[in-house]
Design a protein around this ligand. Structure first.
Ligand code: ADP
Ligand code: ZN
Length: 437
């Protein structure tokens, strides 16, 4: 047995066998949905299809998409695939607009979730002897519990700290010899900043070696910063409540995309505007079908997350396809003076300047006819100390932004700590344009 894998047979299964396995599961799940949910039965009927029409994996394209509003409209329990007495746990995602999204799990869904999270953690190198600090929110969110269940299955010592209490978290990491940190990338940045302020040197005072960061978009440059400031290897982890929470995909040691656990999920990429299925390798919106979930079964779910999927075998030996780092959400894409801009592009450019700290905010307004695009970004203490020529710095940043995005924003430098921090997902964009002409 190779100790690189949690489940070698499945993780390295030849793609042909994996696809065959998927087809078998797909047929069963389609039938299950048709027989057990009024929602899918209606959807199938309106599309003029029945489960017998799904004979190949490509036939999935006959099934209409499921979208976030379907889940909202069927709130709270309208899409359950089983009776409530078979549900053993329910999670709820924030839902900033309208009804929240429910994740309902049967015993078997819980076992699968735990297995996939154990597999994900193991893939990044987490082992039984580790001490795992979980600073994702516990409670209704899927984050804290997802990591908790996975780490528990591996048998690491878990510190279920949840959100908040930053100073206390650092003390605990120090005192308990934490080796694995799980939190949002923005919280990792905040932890690193707070450590620097408190005179804690992660390389000397802590035993951290691995970080699993996700739940929000982040860039390669932020990875470089977190890795160098905390002295760890950072991994991207992806998931959403609609599918199980974290555990959908994970980066391996090659850091060349996140392996999607295809023995439980089927992925497609579509054009977010037309809904047309794109050839493998083209950038588009990810659409997932949960092949084994029954509490709240879901077929062809439009995530709105933009990425590229690669199916070539990875150098790590795993055959499960990889999704590249999420570029943004189709609904996060900003249109500024007619130009499409993802906040992650702005972040990538900013973080290439060591004079800038990691906190920034994009502010959009339309006081008159034209959009006004402002980027507020914090300088580092060092930049202030060494009296860097700020006008020249501004010029270099503007040039980069203009070359890459084609726009010339107003750059506003602020002192370290001036931009409010969040302990959960970061809020990077303040769009004040709505309702203005
Ligand atoms: P959670 O509570 O796990 O954050 P949500 O369902 O509230 O789950 O949010 C899921 C969404 O968060 C995804 O659809 C995606 O937009 C975003 N997300 C999650 N992980 C990542 C990641 N690694 N990179 C970029 N975005 C992510
Ligand atoms: Zn790999």
């Amino acid at each position: 047995m190779n100790d690189r894998y949690w489940n070698e047979k499945i993780e390295t299964m030849p793609r042909g066998a994996l696809r065959k396995h998927q087809l078998q599961l797909l047929k069963e799940k389609v039938k299950f949905c048709y027989e057990n949910t009024a929602f899918y039965r209606k959807k199938f009927k309106s599309a003029g299809i029945s489960p017998e029409n799904i004979k190949t994996l490509e036939d999935i394209q006959k099934i209409p998409f499921t979208v976030k509003n379907d889940l909202r409209d069927n709130y709270p329990l309208g899409m359950l695939g089983v009776k409530l007495d078979e549900i053993v746990e329910i999670h709820v995602s924030s839902g900033t607009t309208g009804n929240p999204i429910i994740g309902a799990y049967t015993r078997s869904d819980m076992d699968i979730w735990q297995e996939l999270m154990a597999r994900s953690l193991y893939t990044t190198g987490v082992r039984k002897q580790d001490v795992t600090h979980i600073a994702y929110g516990y409670g209704l969110f899927t984050g804290g519990f997802g990591f908790h269940y996975g780490a528990q299955k591996i048998g690491t010592a878990i510190i279920p700290v949840g959100g908040g209490m930053t100073q206390r978290q650092i003390k605990l990491m120090k005192d308990l010899g934490t080796t694995v940190l799980c939190c949002t990338p923005s919280f990792a940045v905040y932890l690193a900043e707070t450590m620097a302020k408190e005179g804690v040197n992660p390389r000397k005072d802590l035993k951290l070696r691995i970080g699993l960061f996700g739940a929000e978009p982040w860039s390669e440059r932020i990875r470089e910063r977190i890795e160098s400031e905390l002295g760890i290897e950072a991994f991207d982890v992806y998931g959403l409540t609609e599918l199980c929470g974290p555990g959908v995909s994970i980066e391996c040691g090659e850091h060349d995309g996140l392996h999607i656990w295809e023995d439980h999920l089927l992925v497609e990429t579509i054009d977010p505007k037309t809904g047309e299925v794109l050839p493998v390798g083209e950038e588009g919106e990810l659409v997932f079908t949960a092949l084994t979930k029954s509490g709240l079964p879901i077929l062809r779910y439009r995530t709105r997350d933009i990425s590229v999927v690669k199916t070539e075998k990875c150098a790590c030996g795993r055959t499960h396809s990889r999704m590249m780092r999420i570029r943004g959400r189709s609904d996060d894409m900003l249109i500024i003076r007619g130009v499409n801009v993802f906040p992650s592009q702005v972040e990538y450019i900013l973080m290439g300047f060591p004079e800038l700290a990691t906190q920034y905010q994009i502010i959009l307004d339309r006081p008159e006819a034209l959009d006004v695009f402002t980027i507020k970004v914090e300088l580092t203490e060092k930049t202030l100390q060494f009296q860097v020529d700020l006008n020249a710095l501004k010029g270099r940043i503007l040039e980069k932004i203009h070359n890459i995005i084609g726009l010339s924003p107003i750059i506003e430098f602020v002192k370290p700590d001036e931009i409010p921090r969040t302990e959960g997902k970061a809020k990077r964009v303040l769009d004040l344009r709505s309702g203005k002409i």
